[in-house]
Design a protein around this ligand. Structure first.
Ligand code: FAD
Length: 218
């Protein structure tokens, strides 16, 4: 299906014109980022914790220490909310309240399942590495049995998801602009800087071109 079904929980009520359930839009936002925030409840208290994810088809993988509260809570099947934000610009308006930001964001409501099979876990770990840096898995030592045992991998089916996208200038009325300060948009771009070699690494190796020109899928 090319669209997620909007549910009572994912139906955008505030600025619904910015909401979308288009699968390609949602996946493109997820794929440009690889950091999410996970909201969950433990003993009645809400927590929002940042972490990495990888999207593989219609699911996400999360991973972490088997000792982490986050992983233990989500691994027990507790419901959670995952959100991803890409900041695209600061919007300057003639009015204090009219200022805004341009963004693309995704919210996913989900429950996770633990991967138990060591081969499935290993494949997901490979997906993690390759999602962040394509071609990297072949250049590093794979996880040991012990490292895999200490790592919990969660599979998150993408079933209930929404995106919201804001573009353009402030939405103030034209008559607000007379006598106001500068108005417009400061575009934002998330981009990699020049890689810094680890002094313990092989000094004879040049920085590979794919790392020098690191980009995310746009
Ligand atoms: C970087 C950034 C800055 C923002 N700054 C502000 C701000 O200062 N003030 C403000 O009021 N709002 C801001 N927003 C918008 C904010 O995310 C909410 O959309 C808005 O506050 C409405 O919240 P609500 O709970 O009333 O949404 P509702 O319309 O009740 O949300 C219903 C459902 O719509 C979906 N939804 C809502 N918001 C989003 C979203 N952003 N991305 C994907 N799905 C979504 C979710 O599934 C949610 O459960 C910002 C968003 C981003 C990404």
């Amino acid at each position: 299906m090319s669209e997620f079904t909007a549910t009572d929980r994912t139906k955008a009520r505030r600025h619904p014109e910015r909401g979308t359930y288009d699968r390609d839009t949602i996946y493109s936002i997820l794929d440009e980022a690889f950091v999410c925030h996970l909201g969950f409840i433990v003993d009645g208290a809400p927590f929002v914790v940042p972490t990495n994810y990888v999207r593989v088809g219609d699911k996400l993988f999360l991973h972490g220490s088997t000792a982490s509260r986050l992983m233990r809570t989500l691994g027990s099947g507790a419901p959670f909310c995952l959100s991803v934000t890409l900041l695209d610009g600061i919007v300057l308006s003639p009015t204090a309240t009219g200022h805004s930001v341009n963004y693309r964001s995704v919210v996913v409501m989900a429950k996770a399942e633990q991967l138990i099979d060591p081969q499935e876990k290993l494949a997901a770990m490979r997906d993690f590495v390759e999602y962040v840096i394509r071609g990297r898995w072949a250049e590093v030592r794979p996880p040991t049995e012990q490292e895999l045992k200490a790592t919990m991998v969660l599979s998150v089916p993408l079933v209930e998801a929404s995106a919201k996208v804001r573009t353009g200038f402030a939405i103030d009325k034209g008559d607000e602009y007379a006598g106001a300060g500068w108005t417009g948009v400061i575009p934002f771009k998330w981009e990699a800087q020049t890689p810094v070699p680890d002094p313990r690494g092989n000094a004879e190796l040049a920085i590979p071109a794919n790392l020098l020109n690191y980009t995310r899928p746009q």
